[in-house]
Design a protein around this ligand. Structure first.
Ligand SMILES: [Cu+2]
Length: 806
């Protein structure tokens, strides 16, 4: 059935590759063969070589009989030769597939009774980025930056989001120790699509203390893929800024001749500032067709000290993760089941009024992949349940006037996705898919005895049976027109519906808002139409140019629409911005739509090994950007806060990313010396008021120098950040001064072991983080009397890690 479907699409496809030569020989075969015999068969034989003329063994060759869809496959031998015998006379299509080479399809090969047709196949080396497609089923290489996560990256990162710290276009918002939030071109949190092993996971918290990337430990991440701005529609809708996909390791099976394949990795680390330590363990046992794996990690840390010697309270955390993986493969099928438990018993949030006092989550992720000829079919079903509790934690409860206030949320994500990837001839690949995601949320704040009517006698129902569903479909065509031109076109539709049940306050003093909210029709449906068009032009071996346009749409989250209370205390519990302000939802909020144009120019040496320079300017216009309107302001002590209602306003973001790298020397005496830099400039403003958008990273750059010699690597790094002066006046966002931080790192690999050492913020500089939000803890410690200040970053910290791999 599938073969016929494939066949139906073939006539539209193009002819054979110019690199392939085809010639037919009508040589008689030694065995008695009678051409007029209806049962007489023919043969196809050939040799596979690469562009240098060397023969290529181990290439899978498939013969497809066009009339019947019947298939046969063989593998080339040590001399690169292959042969098909017993083929019924007719027309065939021959496909050659080999790792690291482009797929070659030879169309319309004639086989005659008693004849032998010879074809020679020349394989061309696949472009560098094809490997991404091989590793990751769900990614299209065009427009993607993929990076393998190294032990050194893991050693430097407190959480999975920090693995992205050196990626062009990405900035990080501080959010506790485990829950940093990446922003792509200034659009982050839910404006960026975050995929954790292909799953869409929601934050079950009005302060986003458990964002998607907090559910994968840095030690478990094997690859991160970042697509900023112009994103293939197959990589997800319901987002504006781009897509970040963090993936754990792909299953590995035993090779032929290997009875059992075993891998074992264990690691431990210690960091001096905040006495952070932890460890991870992973085990993988695999046969030819079945495999089982385990990955576990545990980390703990105390409060850190900033460069002035001041202890930054509520920066402690602890977390445990366990994942068990079962995998099976056979005859082109791959089935993988991940089951995970995640437990954070406590985590302080210095920018929020509340801390995380427990977060427990369970996850199941089942995925299936099947190769049918050249087509790939993928499917995924996943579920997550999260139980999240907030209150003031151990530091905040020691301040004057501690306000104990339990808040409990329960979130459930359920989803599936299916995708078909179908080559149409030599030039085109069609991707089409469908997905469903459903998030259900309850958020309840139990009464605190003796505090009525403020916080009792009833339970405050913040969100009751909040529902957010998404049904999406897309089709995308990637085409390689010539060695120079590649294009990608995609269309996507998502329908997002939200609703929430009736609410109540702690007491009748919340009654007016609750009654008004309960009387509203709260069901909303948004229909998104997204599109992507991009092209890549490679005029020569030294340059690559990409340019494109994307229209992307995101619907409001449940709190943006359904946070219902205008009471100051209650609205102060809503807001994932770390700005100390008070937020109220807006049922009438519309979806936001971004139109982005972007280009990337990349210059490099022929082999892409000696040097490269890449620059990406972009411009995004956002219609109905979900921002805020001020309802009121209040001054407590020396600080003024705003009560804000979510509202749509048009906005614009533009900027440029720059990255460059080069090998300074590479020889046996001095080893290899490398210099790399990443820089970004960003400007975001709201059009009606010409004010800055919240948390736009100021001009910044990182420069790294690394020297590698005989397993030993050492390097020095500089991070320079400009003053943040364009700020969001609606949120009273504060200006932060510029700063520069120096770091050192060293790694030594020998046999099964790798040791990492690092020194961060070497000169113990005291600096305010541009995306760190405010230090609400210090403000609370002053009895709500002081001037609230931006959160300061970690002072000097020395770090050591050890990894053993067997
Ligand atoms: Cu929370």
């Amino acid at each position: 059935m599938k073969a016929k479907f494939l066949l139906a699409l073939l006539p539209a496809a193009c002819l054979c590759l110019p690199a392939t030569t085809l010639h037919a020989l009508q040589a008689p075969i030694a065995a008695p063969c009678v051409k007029t015999d209806p049962a007489a068969t023919g043969r196809i034989v050939g040799v596979v070589k690469d562009q240098t003329g060397a023969v290529v063994p181990g290439v899978k060759i498939e013969a497809l009989r066009l009339a019947s869809g019947a298939r046969k496959s063989v593998t080339t031998g040590s001399q690169g030769r292959f042969a098909f015998g017993g083929l019924a006379a007719g027309r065939y299509q021959i496909t050659a597939v080999a790792k690291a080479f482009q797929v070659v399809v030879v169309r319309d090969v004639a086989v005659t009774a008693c004849g032998e047709t010879a074809i020679d196949i020349v394989l061309k080396v696949a472009p560098e980025k094809t490997e991404i497609e091989v590793n990751s089923a769900d990614t299209h290489a065009l427009g993607a930056t993929a990076q393998k996560v190294e032990n050194g990256d893991r050693a430097r990162s407190r959480n999975a989001a920090e693995l992205l710290g050196n990626t062009p276009g990405v900035s990080l918002r501080e959010n506790g120790q485990l829950a940093s939030v990446p922003l792509l071109h200034g659009m982050g949190d839910e404006r960026a699509k975050l995929l954790v092993d292909g799953m869409t996971v929601s934050s079950s918290c009005p302060n986003h203390m458990n964002p998607p990337l907090s559910y994968i430990a840095a030690s478990h991440a094997a690859q991160v893929i970042v697509m900023a701005g112009i994103v293939p529609v197959s990589m997800g809708g319901d987002s504006l800024g781009g897509t970040i996909s963090v993936e754990s390791r792909q299953p590995v099976f035993a090779n032929a001749g290997e009875r059992l394949h075993e891998e074992n990795t264990s690691s431990g680390f210690y960091s001096s500032n905040g006495r952070s330590y932890g460890g991870s363990l992973s085990e993988w046992v695999a046969g030819r067709n079945l495999a089982i794996g385990y990955n576990g990690s545990w980390t703990t840390n105390e409060d850190y000290t900033d460069g002035s010697g001041h202890k930054v309270t509520s920066t402690y955390s602890q977390s445990t993760d366990h994942t068990v993986t079962l995998a099976a493969q056979g005859a082109g099928n791959l089935l993988v089941l991940d089951a995970s438990l995640h437990h954070t018993p406590y985590e302080g949030f210095p920018s929020a009024q509340m801390d995380l006092v427990r977060n427990y989550a369970e996850m199941l992720n089942l995925r299936y992949r099947r190769r049918v000829g050249q087509a790939v079919v993928g499917a995924r079903v996943y579920w997550q349940g999260a139980w999240h509790a907030m209150n003031i934690g151990r530091d905040k409860s020691a301040f004057p006037m501690p306000m104990w206030m339990p808040m409990n949320t329960h979130g459930r994500d359920l989803g599936y996705s299916v995708q078909l990837e179908l080559p149409l001839g030599d030039r085109h690949t069609l991707k089409a898919g469908n997905e469903l995601h459903r998030f259900v949320l309850d958020d309840r704040w139990p009464a605190v005895p003796g505090t009525a009517p403020m916080m009792g006698p009833d339970t405050f129902v913040s969100v009751s049976n909040g529902r957010r569903g998404l049904l999406g479909s897309y089709a995308e065509l990637a085409s390689k027109w010539s060695p120079r031109w590649t294009t990608l076109f995609g269309l996507r539709n998502d329908t997002v519906w939200t609703n929430a049940g009736s609410v109540q306050g702690y007491s009748p003093m919340y009654g007016a808002d609750a009654t008004a909210f309960n009387a509203l029709n709260r069901a909303r449906t948004d229909v998104h139409l997204d599109a992507t068009a991009m092209a890549r032009y490679e005029p020569n071996a030294n340059g690559t140019y990409e340019f494109g346009y994307a229209r992307k749409t995101r619907s409001p989250n449940l709190y943006e629409r359904y946070a219902w209370s205008t009471n100051w205390m209650a609205s102060g519990m809503i807001g994932w911005f770390g700005d100390g302000n008070y937020y109220v939802g807006n049922v009438g909020l519309k979806a936001e739509t971004a139109n982005t144009v972007s280009a990337t120019a990349r210059w490099h040496d022929r082999a892409r090994k000696q040097w490269d320079v890449e620059v990406t300017p972009f411009l995004t216009g956002i219609q109905d950007y979900i921002d805020v309107d001020a309802l009121a302001t209040a001054t407590y002590g020396m600080s003024t806060f705003a009560q804000l209602r979510f509202a749509n306003h048009n906005a614009r973001i533009y900027g440029a990313d720059l990255s460059a790298g080069g090998t300074l020397w590479d020889n046996s005496t001095f080893g290899q010396g490398k210099l790399g830099m990443v820089g970004a400039w960003l400007h975001g403003e709201r059009l009606d008021t010409s004010t800055g958008l919240y948390q736009m990273m100021p001009l910044n750059a990182r420069v790294n120098f690394d020297e590698e010699l005989k397993g030993f690597t050492a390097g020095i790094g500089l991070q320079a950040v400009d003053r943040k002066s364009k700020v969001d006046l609606h949120r009273f966002e504060q200006v932060t001064p510029g700063y520069a931080l120096f770091s050192l790192h060293a790694a030594y690999k020998r046999g099964h072991f790798e040791a990492n050492l690092a020194g961060e913020n070497l000169f113990n500089r005291c600096y305010e983080m541009p995306l760190g939000g405010v230090n609400f803890d210090d403000y609370m410690a002053s009895g709500w009397m002081s001037q609230i200040e931006p959160l300061t970053g970690r002072g000097r910290s020395l770090h050591g890690g050890l990894t053993a791999r067997f």
